[in-house]
Design a protein around this ligand. Structure first.
Ligand SMILES: [Zn+2]
Length: 284
């Protein structure tokens, strides 16, 4: 049904003894005596590993969407994806998701998928898909019960854009381990309708004493993940501003998030030793 699963298993079996895809590809191209693995490029060409960036809006439209798409194209290319960016929900068919291993909802808003498209997306995710929701992904599909579980919490309101301290709660997770333990950055900090903590793994919170208008009684998750619905879901609340998508630390967070939901190695991940230097050095 979804070819990426069998392809992934096939690729894992082939790639297992070697260090990286690019090394393997080079070795295969230069090899004359390994006919059984020489078929790999043909397999990869017919079934590329696709990253689908979906940014359809049926409500508020963020002016950072083009910057977000550009960022996702760059990160996707770094990670070896073929990146497809669209606002056309007609792509949510079995054929349209063929070869797609990660879907990003990038500042989507409102009711963006019809019932048939929802059914295809849900089946795709439950079959082992990876989903990354960015910022207004929490302001999307309020009447779809599966999506409520997928995203973890819906948007309620937001105060003005301002600087705040993000507290990394999981310093080992793929999406947060490169970040300083206390990470000051500027964004639009969403208040959510419920605290997702009972149902998800919280990766980071935003310190409500560090900004005005928190509204979540002191426990304010801002990034979280779960793998309880058959695939991997990660939501991160940053990404309102254009500047977010050229901010090195936020890009590292997005890259790590893509790696986690897509179960990928991350060739661009920086040495973890830098984290200790930055920890607790919070400045404006
Ligand atoms: Zn926003």
């Amino acid at each position: 049904m979804f070819r990426f699963l069998s392809l992934s298993i096939c690729l894992l079996a082939i790639l297992a003894p070697v260090s990286s895809f690019s090394d393997t590809a080079t070795a295969i191209l230069q090899s004359d005596d390994e006919p059984e693995v020489a078929a790999l490029p043909l397999v990869a060409e017919s079934s590329p590993n696709r990253l689908l960036v979906f940014s359809k809006t049926a409500g508020f439209r963020h002016n950072s969407i083009p910057a977000g798409i550009q960022c996702m194209k760059e990160l996707g290319a770094e990670l070896g994806f073929e990146v497809v960016a669209t606002e056309d929900s007609a792509i949510f068919t079995e054929e349209g998701l063929d070869g797609v291993s990660v879907v990003v909802f990038l500042n989507t808003t409102g009711d963006v998928l019809d019932p048939a498209q929802q059914a295809v997306f849900e089946s795709w995710f439950r079959s082992g898909g990876g989903w990354l929701g960015v910022h207004a992904a929490a302001d999307t599909e309020y009447d779809w019960p599966f999506y409520a579980e997928l995203v973890g919490a819906y948007f309620k309101s937001h105060p003005r854009i301002q600087s705040a301290i993000v507290v990394v709660e999981d310093s080992e997770h793929r999406s947060t381990r490169m970040l300083p333990g206390l990470w000051r950055r500027q964004d639009e900090w969403y208040t959510y309708r419920m605290n997702p903590r009972p149902h998800v793994k919280v990766l980071a919170t935003v310190d409500e004493s560090s900004f005005e208008g928190g509204g979540m009684s002191g426990d304010h998750p801002i990034a979280w993940c779960h793998d309880t619905l058959g695939g991997r879901s990660l939501y991160t609340g940053g990404g309102h501003t254009v500047e977010s998508y050229v901010e090195p630390a936020f890009r590292d967070h997005l890259r790590g998030s893509l790696c986690w939901v897509g179960q990928l190695p991350d060739p661009a991940e920086k040495d973890n030793s830098k984290k200790d230097e930055a920890t607790d050095q919070v400045t404006d």
